[in-house]
Design a protein around this ligand. Structure first.
Ligand code: ADP
Ligand code: MG
Length: 513
């Protein structure tokens, strides 16, 4: 192994200063000196120290992760109390910063034998193809890592597969052919989630296991999950993927309990290469199913199988989720899909128009992106509606037409119910006061109306979980999430709640349930 024959005594060399890659080109040349006469440190001189640090990093993370994130990195500077590590682009820097900083710090400390702060910086030259292999290094070791960041899953050339056969029968949900990595617009809001999904598809069971994607509705979780399935099917002949919604898992489990064929259920769920469960937050309040999922998870995980989960909230915020599941969900990579920024919204609108063989004028795209700002599904709906309207009316797509065609969407944005409206209908319905809703009191006569108010606030206003929690007595966002889940659960099984909520929604000018 490369690291075995390096034993740099770097402590003796510090403090030294690094220079850019020019120095590598000038390997063997007389070393330059800075104004103080201190020798500058060439890339060649830094290499042994970097190799030693890499050996430590390797011992701490999976090989695939090392290949992806560290193979092209380099030591840029070495001082007594600090080191600078250079990577090929800002994305790699941000990723390392977010997910691997502590590993780098530990590895630096272990290899240098002292604490040194770590700076991550970008050196675009590192993005160039890797240097020719050096003699002592076997070529195979040098082979460039799959470039996870920009390109997405590279097809292996094995040719298309019959997708229906490859998916485990019983996946129930078919994949939507539109949900591929190619059709996914990457922006600052979702680039980590996208890269992680591509990475898991390239190295299933290794790099990010489990992969846990979370984010609000309509931000692309299902799209990424299905893209990952497509990518696996393309690249791994005969892969057995079980893709399903959490609801299906729950229903199958209950069915198996009722019919007494738990064994068949377990055979099905535990004999796959990849298990993908959408909307895992629906495990909330389902104790028995959580228990079963825990065992499914363990069996697959221990066998090195890939598990991919999506949820509307991070593991710790899923109400009543067992602690052992929370901790397992965090073993791999937890990453969030955020609401898209303006530029990404415009890019998505244009992509969606093009998918329909149309072009969206820039001013119209701008208008839609301004008005619809936190849900990609709504952006897509607006494009469909606008083109439909244009075709029917025979008018060209314009900002004016958009105002007419999308007036319901636009007007909700402007004149929709406010938190005050929610409070006024809830306090009247339940004969409670605003101060009760905002108080700490937890008696059922107050707690239930408060939960209804939180549910309605999330449903009819655009306030975030934090804002709603803050409004109702400075509560945590997880309290709001709990309220929303609880009321949603009641709406599924309790007609009284359905009637009450329908009445309240109607009074808020919304469609009843
Ligand atoms: P979620 O599962 O998070 O609720 P979906 O994956 O169903 O959201 O996405 C909603 C819609 O928005 C889908 O039609 C999907 O194709 C589209 N969408 C979401 N994110 C993107 C994106 N980054 N690029 C293109 N389309 C997207
Ligand atoms: Mg979804």
């Amino acid at each position: 192994m490369r690291e075995a024959d390096q034993s740099p005594n770097t402590a003796e060399r510090a403090p030294l200063q690094g220079v850019g890659r020019e120095a590598a080109a000038a390997e063997g040349a007389t070393e330059p000196a800075d104004v103080s006469g201190r020798p500058l440190q060439s890339a060649a001189e830094l290499a042994p120290t970097w190799d030693a640090i890499c050996a430590e990093i390797r011992s701490r993370i999976q090989p695939e992760l090392f290949e992806t994130w560290f193979r092209r990195a380099a030591l840029a500077e070495l001082r007594e109390d600090s080191v600078a590590v250079a990577v090929q682009n800002a994305f790699a820097r941000d990723w390392l910063e977010r997910y691997h900083r502590s590993v780098i710090e530990e590895s630096v400390r272990a290899s240098l034998g002292r604490h040194a702060s770590v700076e991550l910086r970008v050196d675009p030259e590192l993005a160039l193809p890797p240097r020719e292999p050096e003699e002592e290094e076997p070529v195979a070791e040098r082979s460039a890592p799959a470039e996870l960041v920009q390109q997405g899953a590279a097809p292996t050339g094995r040719g298309p597969l019959d997708i229906s056969n490859a998916l485990v029968r019983g996946s129930d949900v078919g994949l939507n052919a539109k949900y591929t990595f190619d059709n996914f617009v990457v922006g600052p809001c979702n680039r980590f989630a996208h890269a992680a999904s591509v990475g898991a598809a390239e190295s299933p069971g290794a790099a990010y296991n489990p992969l846990f994607l979370h984010g609000n509705v309509g931000l692309g979780k299902t799209h990424l999950l299905q893209s990952l399935c497509f990518s696996l099917l393309e690249n791994w002949e005969g892969v057995r993927i079980l893709y399903l919604s959490c609801e299906t898992f729950v229903n199958h489990f209950i069915g198996a309990l009722e019919n007494g064929d738990l064994q068949a259920f377990r055979n099905k769920y535990r004999n796959v290469d990849v298990l993908v469960v959408d909307d895992i937050h629906l495990l909330a309040n389902k104790e028995r199913t959580q228990e079963e999922f825990f065992h499914t998870f363990n069996t697959l995980y221990n066998a090195g199988k890939q598990i991919v989960l999506s949820s509307d909230s991070p593991p710790k915020d899923i109400p009543t989720l067992q602690e052992r599941l929370v901790s397992r969900f965090k073993w791999g990579l937890v990453t969030e899909l955020e609401a898209p920024c303006y530029e990404t919204r415009v890019a998505i609108l244009k992509r969606k128009a093009r998918e329909r063989g149309r072009e969206l004028p820039a001013d119209v795209a701008g208008l839609l992106a301004e008005r619809i700002d936190n849900n990609i599904r709504e952006l897509e709906g607006a494009v469909t509606k606008l083109f439909g309207y244009a075709d029917l009316s025979g008018e060209p797509v314009s900002a004016e037409l958009a105002h007419v065609a999308l007036r319901d969407i636009f007007s909700v944005r402007r004149g929709g119910p406010t938190l005050d409206d929610v409070v006024s209908v809830v306090t009247e319905e339940f004969s409670v006061k605003l101060s009760d809703l905002q108080s700490r009191r937890r008696t059922a006569t107050i707690a239930f109306p408060r939960q209804v108010a939180m549910y309605l606030a999330r449903r009819v206003t655009r306030h975030s979980l934090e804002e709603v929690g803050g409004f109702f007595g400075g509560r945590d966002h997880s309290t709001v999430l709990y309220a929303v889940t609880k009321i949603s659960g009641l709406l599924e099984r309790d007609q009284g709640t359905v009637d009450t909520l329908s009445r309240l929604l109607e009074r808020l000018g919304e469609r009843p349930l």
